[in-house]
Design a protein. Structure first.
Length: 581
């Protein structure tokens, strides 16, 4: 008789929502994790998280500019108020690291484009006040009083789209990607600027003609190359504004007036580093990272706010005696996505070598009823990142390229999912998983050999748009993510040998469920394949890869107790490995 997937397996492999009927199937957490969970559930202050989001969403945040620095400073001051100290002799410390900025610290105060007064002045087509992020990164200021230029509609980016049109000195309107048209129009043909309506398919599907009022006004922010010699500009336009421009063009030539006041700041890149020192193995670390740059409330004000509130909750619980200090060091980083993590690893090689596990927090606060972005745990790369599986659909972000030989199993995926589903049991929170795809700071730590995963929401119909505002943020969602990450982080830093025995059972159970599911769906895939021998060979590779991955995951439990593994733990791991094999 074929074995059906249990509710736990579906929760583990498909990220299914935990319901009342499935709640009893959730794996019990180890004792220390349960203690941390209850403490964080009462300690996490969602109001503090939302306050950070509200502060940060005022700014277009890029490394080196005023908004980025203000956000770093704001979180720094809040951590000092929560008991972190600038004295590096304290158990809980906070500092700001600086390094060379590879960007240009771009920001802008004014970015307005509208019909020129000579063509019948009216309300601006695009402006910072209304559209917030319509002006493209690296756009230069116009002369005092603005710039007047004719509008030319090219629609696409192919040479044929430009044929027979006077592009030099014009502002080009297109539906093609901004950067591609900027190269063709500005760099190659002498246009002064570009306006693009291009957005990702999940924001406005291609060919869509019937749009809601909200969709009519959505635009997705973008950038053009920095070029001080051309001093050009780019805008992203909503469909409503583009329709107004095209309607006017049907009546004859259209001059536009563009007024831009942009700034470039020469200053260092900065990373905020807070740590709670480990008492047994301080050189070993659990790292949690949220990136500061980008203009959104969800992306990534919510990640920064969630990390801030969980760092406060952990430190205050430890200071009050509700939780003991961690056995390994907890490290919290707020910085420039990718570059901040790379620089921390480069500048602190000893610290980096001791990193045991890493959690990225990116877009953690989505109000799922407004954005459509369900909470996802993007797993540390496992075989589902290599071989597409019906049980493990990728997000619309899309799959990356993962070599089978690069996989290295660990307990991280199953432990953090178990903690998250524990929260779901109490709250009805929807928790799903997706295979490793990359795209945030977990990619940097994974490349350094650290088991790393991402806490995020997708698909978000307002991702990278002017609509990513605090009204799209859920305090409850940040609280759920924050409690789960804080619990997992503290537990990985502090687990005992007894806790590790429970983790072995958790991982072994997950392995057996996965192998049963792979057998079931593998048979279905082979049965429907045109080339059955090839399909059977693929399924054999998949099953072998999972056995190897879970063998490594079970072995990783040996390193979990800070005091080292006991003989009983070693025997339990060996037994579990034989059962999985």
């Amino acid at each position: 008789m074929r074995r059906a997937a249990t509710p736990w397996a579906l929760g583990l492999l498909l990220g299914a929502r935990i319901t009342a009927g499935a709640a009893d199937a959730v794996q019990a957490l180890p004792h220390s994790a349960e203690r941390a969970y209850h403490t964080m559930s009462s300690r996490f202050d969602a109001g503090k998280a939302v306050e950070v989001v509200s502060f940060m969403e005022q700014y277009w945040r890029l490394a080196g500019n005023a908004g980025y620095n203000a956000s770093i400073d704001h979180i720094h001051e809040g951590l000092l108020g929560a008991g972190f100290s600038t004295s590096q002799t304290s158990r809980s410390t906070v500092r700001i690291d600086e390094f060379a900025n590879q960007g240009h610290g771009w920001d802008y105060r004014v970015g307005t484009i509208g019909f020129d007064a000579d063509a019948g002045g009216e309300e601006p087509l695009l402006s910072r006040e209304r559209d917030r992020v319509s002006l493209a990164i690296n756009s230069f200021s116009t002369p005092a009083g603005g710039l007047r230029a004719p509008l030319v509609d090219v629609a696409g980016a192919a040479p044929a789209d430009f044929a027979g049109k006077e592009i030099r000195g014009a502002i080009v309107l297109t539906d093609a990607p901004l950067g591609r048209v900027w190269q063709a129009a500005v760099r190659q043909r002498g246009a002064v600027g570009v306006i693009s309506t291009s957005v990702a398919s999940y924001v406005r599907p291609p060919g869509t003609t019937q749009l809601s009022e909200t969709q009519q006004d959505v635009l997705q922010w973008d950038a053009i190359p920095f070029d001080a010699s051309l001093r050009s500009f780019g805008f992203k336009s909503s469909w409503r504004a583009a329709a107004r421009m095209r309607q006017r063009l049907r009546q004859g030539p259209v001059p536009l007036r563009v007024t831009i006041d942009a700034t470039f700041s020469v200053g260092p890149n900065r990373t905020l580093v807070a740590e709670i020192a480990g008492r047994i193995r301080p050189d070993e670390r659990i790292v949690m990272v949220a990136h500061v740059q980008e203009p959104g409330a969800n992306d990534n004000g919510s990640g920064c706010g969630t990390l801030y509130a969980l760092a406060r909750a952990l430190n205050e619980a430890i200071l009050s005696g509700e939780l003991p200090p961690p056995d390994r060091t907890l490290t919290f980083l707020w910085g420039d996505e990718f570059s901040g993590s790379r620089e921390w690893i480069r500048a602190h090689p000893e610290d980096a070598r001791g990193v045991q596990y890493m959690f990225a927090l990116d877009m953690t606060g989505e109000d799922v009823t407004r954005t459509g972005g369900t909470f996802l745990i993007e797993k540390q790369a496992d075989p589902s990142a290599v071989w597409p599986r019906p049980s493990d659909p990728h997000s619309e972000w899309g799959a990356g390229t993962i070599a089978p030989g690069s996989l290295n199993g660990s307990l991280l995926n199953d432990l953090h999912l178990a903690v998250s589903l524990r929260r779901a049991r109490d709250t009805g929170w929807t928790v799903r998983t997706n295979p490793y795809e990359g795209g945030s700071d977990h990619t940097v730590f994974a490349a350094a050999g650290v088991p790393s995963l991402l806490n995020w929401h997708f698909t978000d119909r307002y991702y990278h748009t002017n609509q990513d505002r605090v009204g799209m943020v859920s305090a409850a969602e940040m609280q759920n993510v924050g409690i789960a990450v804080a619990t997992s982080g503290w537990f990985l830093a502090s687990a005992t040998a007894s806790d590790a025995m429970t983790v072995v059972s958790l991982v072994e159970r997950a392995a057996r469920e996965r192998l049963a599911l792979e057998l079931q769906q593998g048979r279905t895939l082979v049965a429907s394949a045109a080339d059955k021998p090839t399909a059977e060979a693929t399924e054999s590779k998949v099953r072998a890869a999972w056995i190897l991955w879970y063998g490594q995951a079970l072995d990783s439990v040996r390193r979990l107790p800070a005091a080292g593994p006991t003989d009983a733990l070693r025997r339990r791991i060996d037994l579990a490995r034989r059962r999985v094999d």
